[in-house]
Design a protein around this ligand. Structure first.
Ligand code: ADP
Length: 224
C-alpha cells in the first residue's frame, strides 16, 4: 500500500537548511498497523504529512497503491485525500461552528455523496463511536475523549483504506486513550491499514510493527 525509497525532505530558510527526512525507505502492507516512534524533531510528522499527501518530498520516491505519487494528477491527489486516506490528529481538528453530525458529514459533502447516503453513513459512524446521543452538540461542549471519537468517526465515514494518525491519544487521559486505541485497533482488524505517530510505548503495543526514527533516518524496525 505504501512504499518509500530514499525519501528526503529539506526545509530551507534563508539561514538554515533542515534535513527533516534523510533517505527514509519504508514499506507498509495493506492491513498492517505500523507505529512510527522517535524523539521530538526526528521527522515523524513530516513523514506522516508526506504519506498523507499534505506535503511533498524534496527527493526520493513515494508509491501509494503502486503508483508514484508525483504521477498522480492534482484531482487524483485530492480524491485520495478525501476518500482513501483518513486523518486523525492529536488536536482533533474539528470545526467549532459545526455540530457533531455536521463535522462527521463534511467529508461526504466534499465527495458529493447523496443526502440519503450521507445520513446513513453518518449515523453508522456515530453509532460505532458511541456518540449518537451527542449529534447536536458542538465540539466545545464535549470532553477530549468525545472529540477524538468524533474525529475518528469523521475519518472513517468515507470508508478509507488507510488511516494516518498523529499522536491520537496525545491530548487524552489514559482511560480515553485506551478507548481510542481500542477503536483504531478494531478498525485495523477489519482491514484498515493504520500508520500512527506516537510517543507512547503503550499505544505502540497495539501496532504490528514499530519503525524508529532518529534525526530523519530509520534506525530500527521492530515487529511486535
Ligand atoms: P517530529 O514530528 O518528530 O517532532 P517534525 O517532523 O515535526 O518532527 O520535524 C522534523 C524537523 O523538521 C524539525 O527539526 C523541525 O524543526 C523541522 N520542520 C518541520 N516542519 C518545518 C517547516 N515547515 N519549516 C521548517 N522546518 C520544519
Amino acid at each position: 500500500m505504501i512504499k518509500t525509497i530514499n525519501l528526503q525532505k529539506i526545509f530551507k530558510t534563508e539561514e538554515v537548511e533542515t534535513w527533516a527526512l534523510n533517505n527514509v525507505s519504508i514499506e507498509v502492507k495493506q492491513g498492517e498497523f505500523v507505529a512510527i516512534m522517535g524523539p521530538s524533531g526526528c521527522g515523524k510528522s513530516t513523514l506522516l504529512n508526506i504519506l498523507g499527501l499534505l506535503d511533498n518530498p524534496t527527493g526520493g520516491e513515494y508509491y501509494l497503491n503502486g503508483m508514484e505519487v508525483s504521477k498522480y494528477t492534482e484531482s487524483q491527489r485530492t480524491n485520495l485525500r478525501k476518500g482513501v486516506i483518513g486523518f486523525v490528529f492529536q488536536s482533533f481538528n474539528l470545526i467549532d461552528e459545526l455540530n457533531v453530525y455536521e463535522n462527521i458529514e463534511l467529508p461526504l459533502l466534499y465527495m458529493g455523496i447523496s443526502a440519503s447516503e450521507r445520513k446513513k453513513r453518518v449515523e453508522t459512524a456515530m453509532e460505532r463511536m458511541a456518540i449518537t446521543h451527542r449529534s447536536k452538540h458542538f465540539p466545545q461542549q464535549l470532553s477530549g475523549g468525545q472529540q477524538q471519537r468524533v474525529a475518528i468517526a469523521r475519518a472513517v465515514v468515507a470508508n478509507p483504506k488507510l488511516i494516518l494518525a498523529d499522536e491520537p491519544t496525545g491530548n487524552l487521559d489514559s482511560k480515553n486513550g485506551k478507548e481510542v486505541m481500542g477503536l483504531l485497533s478494531e478498525l485495523n482488524r477489519e482491514g484498515t491499514t493504520i500508520v500512527m505517530v506516537t510517543h507512547s510505548q503503550h499505544d505502540a503495543g497495539y501496532a504490528d510493527r514499530v519503525i524508529n526514527l532518529f534525526d530523519g533516518q530509520v534506525v530500527t524496525e521492530v515487529s511486535m
